[in-house]
Design a binder for this molecule. Sequence first.
Ligand SMILES: Nc1ncnc2c1ncn2[C@@H]1O[C@H](COP(=O)(O)OP(=O)(O)OP(=O)(O)O)[C@@H](O)[C@H]1O
Ligand SMILES: [Mg+2]
Length: 175
Amino acid sequence: MPGVKIKAANLEQTAGLAGALAEILRPGMVIALNGDLGAGKTTFTRALARAAGVQAAVTSPTFALLNIYQGARLNFYHFDFYRLNSRDELENSGGQEFIPPPDGIAVIEWAEKIPDILPADYLSIHIAAADGEQRLFSFIFHGNTAYLAARLKNFSADMAASPPQGAGTYPQQSN
Ligand SMILES: Nc1ncnc2c1ncn2[C@@H]1O[C@H](COP(=O)(O)OP(=O)(O)OP(=O)(O)O)[C@@H](O)[C@H]1O
Ligand SMILES: [Mg+2]
């Protein structure tokens, strides 16, 4: 399975990465977001929603299971499976109707808890916290999402060439 790894040195670069991803997402995209408690899943999702044109405040759907936002270009379905125990619970809530979403993108925190809900085509992102604000993002492209790989690699190379002002270290990308 092809993958891309991108290191964000700080919150600003996390937001930059989310912005680059938002630009290339197509309606119907499902993003499975995994990583330890506090790794930065909600923070990354907030930046992605902002970049997709969501103006409302994006809050963690840990208790609600699903928050839906209207974006300028795409609607935004933000799931959190942390408290979910079974696929049945998700189906009873009606949430699975939006996986994949007909008119926007779905981001699922803790997707690994109910892996069989994921469609054939989805982007998996694992976030690992390192020192301070450093985070390592690992992207895996499932099914027909490989077109995102080249775009993300380009973004990573561009970010290395001209890092945001004030960035202490440059992002690195490897395969
Ligand atoms: N580069 C970074 N990217 C993302 N978050 C960062 C970064 N640097 C620091 N942080 C901080 O790490 C924390 C991440 O919290 P967040 O709620 O996003 O994690 P989470 O993975 O959603 O946790 P949970 O599993 O509880 O849902 C926030 O306080 C955020 O400000
Ligand atoms: Mg969260």
